[in-house]
Design a protein around this ligand. Structure first.
Ligand code: GLV
Length: 336
């Protein structure tokens, strides 16, 4: 019997490709380093006959792709965010979907905190100044920014990563923590984190440093736009490590240019890898290319978890039939 074919749409660790290659015919057109711009047509063409896809936060997996590729039985992502995958359409088609939570929590929280600190203390702006040869003398206000220790940390979206950021702020930096989330944390967890639930407007009004960690969905589209930015203190910073589209980037660029807020740190963008041109010209923003989970150990763990899900979904390996982080386990067992 021929082995099932799987399509890996992203550059992938050689070890993971080798692990998958023991059980499947692996089509990995990106190898370990290249990039393919997957248009819907390119993806549908290449996925013909594939039993599973291994993807990350792109490309878009929707009903049209599933209809064009009836052989697909599983879509396994090495990202925690899965807004690129139409889960309802996959479930309706009996296609298993998995994401990659937990293994990235601490690494992403490290980065979110670092980006917030770089933003508050104007680290990249001052480095550009130095590299440009403009540092000529000491001045009391040279790149004076905002303090992080003791300042009020506002967390929008208090899931696993939000909680890990809150813990860093409360325990490491003595920050009073306020948060807004659809559901409140249990009282004992609030107590451990020293975090207090507030309404969204109060969060925006009171936070000295607002960190956004809410998943993207149609309901969170432009959750922070011009009206919300107008509620923030002029001395406040905003950091987004969630998803592009949660913040209205055009409105944010205006608020930064007009100094309605002090500064922003952005790892994610609407329409990335394209970045709103106005964000590229304002000085008071720290910009990074969606790298919050990018430590080598964590990227390795994400890839291994996606591979474990894929193996298990297609009935192989230690967890055969029980993908560890399935998002729609109700479709199991998969059709042969
Ligand atoms: C990264 O953005 C992820 O969702 O894992």
């Amino acid at each position: 019997m021929s082995r099932p074919r799987i399509l890996v749409t992203i550059p992938m660790f050689a070890e993971v490709l080798a692990r998958l290659g023991e059980r499947f015919e692996v089509d990995a057109p990106c190898g370990t380093a290249d990039h393919i711009d997957w248009t819907p047509a390119t993806l549908a063409g290449r996925a013909q006959g594939a039993a599973s896809l291994l993807v990350a936060g792109t490309p878009r997996i929707d009903a049209a792709l599933l209809a064009a590729c009836p052989s697909l039985r599983a879509v396994c992502s090495m990202a925690v965010g899965h807004n690129n995958i139409d889960l309802a359409a996959c479930t309706a088609a009996g296609v298993l979907v998995s994401n990659a939570p937990d293994v990235l929590t601490e690494t992403t929280a490290d980065f979110g905190f670092a980006l917030m600190m770089a933003t508050a203390r104007r680290i990249t702006e001052s480095e550009h100044f130095l590299r440009a040869g403009r540092w000529t003398h000491w001045s009391y206000d040279l790149f004076a920014g905002a303090d992080v220790h003791g300042a009020t940390l506002g967390v929008l979206g208090m899931g696993r990563i939000g909680q890990a950021i809150a813990r860093r702020g409360a325990l490491g930096f003595g920050m009073p923590v306020i948060y807004h989330n659809r559901s409140r944390l249990a009282a004992d967890i609030e107590q451990q984190l020293g975090a207090r639930w507030v309404g969204k407007d109060e969060l925006l009004q009171r936070a000295d440093h607002l960190v956004i960690v809410v998943p993207y969905s149609p309901a969170s589209h432009h959750l922070v736009g011009a009206a919300e930015l107008a509620l923030m203190k002029p001395t406040a910073t905003l950091t987004n490590v969630a998803r592009g589209g949660v913040v209205d980037d055009a409105a944010l660029a205006v608020a930064l240019r007009e100094r309605r807020i002090a500064a922003a740190g952005l790892d994610v963008f609407e329409g990335e890898p394209t970045v709103h041109p106005d964000l590229l010209t304002v000085p008071n923003v720290v910009l990074t290319p969606h790298i919050a989970s990018a430590s080598m150990p964590t990227r390795g763990a994400l890839a291994e978890l996606a591979a474990s899900n894929l193996l298990a979904a297609l009935g192989q390996g230690a967890d055969a039939g029980r993908p560890p982080t399935a998002l729609n386990p109700e479709v199991l067992p998969l059709r042969a």
